[in-house]
Design a protein around this ligand. Sequence first.
Ligand SMILES: [Ca+2]
Ligand SMILES: [Ca+2]
Ligand SMILES: [Ca+2]
Length: 201
Amino acid sequence: MALTYDADQGATGQLALYIDGALVDEGAAAAKNVDPTVYVGGFGGSNAWRGNLDDVRVYGHALTAEQIAALHSQGENVIVSQETTLGDTWQCRVTPFSASAAGVTEVSNTLTIQEQSLCGNGSIDTGEDCDDSGESATCDADCTFVVCGDGMRNLTAGEECDDGNTVGGDGCSATCTTEGVCGDARERGAAVHCDRGVVRV
Ligand SMILES: [Ca+2]
Ligand SMILES: [Ca+2]
Ligand SMILES: [Ca+2]
């Protein structure tokens, strides 16, 4: 069971009640009580809860319906996308506690929420030179224009190779065609000719 109060929803705020991860009731409610006292399992010594309570949690923000459903069906180690905002930096900090002392806090690496790549959707989005839903004669699969020497081979555009430079004599020519290597019985290039490993200049 989960109960949320989101003060930013509607004119007064919104209460929502969930059972087994599903919304069962909701309604507008004004936040009137600023008393920080929290009662669990009863109210001022009366209205006692008849049953067992386990894994009681209080959050400092209203969870989304998606997060509550994920808590119910997938456990506590899933953060749904609705809980995140573009540019957020998330980090896990864990501090072990005993009845009398706190241990050392362990800190994970950070995770920054980034926009999903729109490269490949067929329309030119921010940061894209082009987008032809994949490799084409004028556009690479990474949504940049075809350039010989950019390290991305585009077979459709006629690049036999692309070794990230426009220097010849290293196996891939300045125009991104495959070069023979001395000793491989292929002869290419104007200045150096090879034949069975014997170089003639
Ligand atoms: Ca795109
Ligand atoms: Ca290229
Ligand atoms: Ca080269």
